[in-house]
Design a protein around this ligand. Structure first.
Ligand code: THU
Length: 141
């Protein structure tokens, strides 16, 4: 699709970033997903005083997308940083659950530096539900 689609996504991710709850890391992240129906669903990181409960922007966006009953077409992540930030490992696994390997993921800084990748390139050899389907029948104990 033409570039304006990405522009809309950047705007949504930047807006989401401003809603981030990141008082501990001060690392404010916004993510936006363009869905199969053209709608845009965004997310921000939400931290907690109990640090381990922190949820990344990407996974919050994916959860909202699932709630809306949509599937992802393209994904962006925005940070105010000296270089673009790729999704963390946990988010890559969650993205791989919902997005086919060819779905493009672009990370961007507020000053426009960009990193382009795909879900498949970010997580090669992903674990997936297919492995669960292939389980050997187990004997009853
Ligand atoms: N974070 C994200 O939201 N997405 C990423 O891809 C990397 C990290 C958040 C989690 C935490 O709130 C803060 O950034 C610092 O790790």
């Amino acid at each position: 699709m033409a570039e304006p689609s990405w522009t809309r996504l950047w705007r949504a991710a930047e807006k989401a970033r401003r809603q981030a709850h990141a008082p501990y890391s001060k690392f404010f992240v916004g993510a936006a997903i363009e869905c199969d129906d053209g709608s845009i669903i965004s997310g921000c990181n939400v931290e907690n005083a109990s640090y381990g409960l922190t949820m990344c922007a990407e996974r919050n966006a994916i959860s909202a997308m699932q709630l809306a009953g949509r599937t992802p077409v393209r994904i962006v992540i925005v940070v105010d940083h000296s270089r673009p930030v790729p999704p963390c490992g946990a988010c890559r696994q969650v993205l791989a659950e919902f997005a086919p390997p060819g779905v493009e993921v672009r990370s961007r800084t507020l000053d426009g530096q960009e990193l382009q990748s795909t879900v498949g390139a970010l997580l090669p050899f992903a674990f997936s539900g297919a492995f669960l389907d292939e389980r050997k029948p187990r004997k009853k104990r």
